[in-house]
Design a protein around this ligand. Sequence first.
Ligand code: PMP
Length: 352
Amino acid sequence: MKEWEDKIRKVVPYVPGEQPNKKHMIKLNTNENPYPPAPKVKTVIKEMDDTKFRLYPDPTANALVKAIAEQYQLEENQVFVGVGSDDVLAMAFLTFFNSDKPILFPDITYSFYDVWADMLRIPYQTQPLDENFQICFMDYEKENGGVIFPNPNAPTGILVNLDFIEEILKQNQDVIVIVDEAYIDFGGISALPLLKKYENLLIVQTFSKSRSLAGIRIGYAMGNPALIQAMQDVKYSFNSYTMNLPSIQIGVAAVQDTSYFEKTREKIIATREWTKVKLKELGFSFADSMTNFIFVTHKSYAAKDIFEYLKTRDIYVRYFSSNPRIQNYLRISIGTDQEMDCLIAVLKEYLK
Ligand code: PMP
């Protein structure tokens, strides 16, 4: 090995779901929204003039911060925006997890958490979900350098209630507790009301799922002004212009169209409930998902075989091979009614 090779930072990167690009595929593998973004998004794009490309964007992304603050009845200094919630979460890891004590998160959860911890050299300890994939709050009572978990959890889809979150907050008042609410809009109740009571709580949400803007990359954190200021200081020490100008304007248009947002998320919830019934009829079992995906297993057929078969029919779902506890599970995103109908028909053929 050459000496310089020794000095290179070595990391094992996060592996996102495949992004195949076939004309007639049914893509249910990365939890995107099957519906277009709010109609005004297209108008904003059509009407975008040259200055949006020629000039640097507002580094504070104030128009978007303001729109989000208004939507959630917060002050502007309680909102931080970034390039997808991945960017916001990475920034939060960098800003808040600086202890020698390990940060805590579930053993089955969003698989980016351990990647950020490794990359930023943050010690961590995963806490096993119980046999029903539930988070055990006693596991979060030990000394730690911070806590993070998604609610609902991914890829299990399981939601915890606000009492549960408050219990974790009560036990962890000396560290930052991050609740990743990427999927909260599909039937969960946000921890937002707890912000008034717990100044160490940071809530992270995204425009990628319930607002149909995964390609535009907008995420945001909500928390007390001291936390938001600390994240901003870190961001400005790293890259002032993370949010591009078109994204800021698109984000404003999306967040302001509440009725479209309500309509599409209700459609997805209805399709999810229909899909649950059909999957059960086919012998699948799963926890009661409150997200835009269902995490399923089948007692007679291997998840990997189903995954491979679906691919031959141009239906893409997500299979996680790396964690032995979930090697016999598939995560199926909720598409349109027609797409889910087609999935069920193909599964029916396969399971015959
Ligand atoms: N958190 C969770 C739990 C997720 O599943 C995802 C989606 N991969 C994200 C955060 C990041 O989403 P985005 O960066 O698109 O906002």
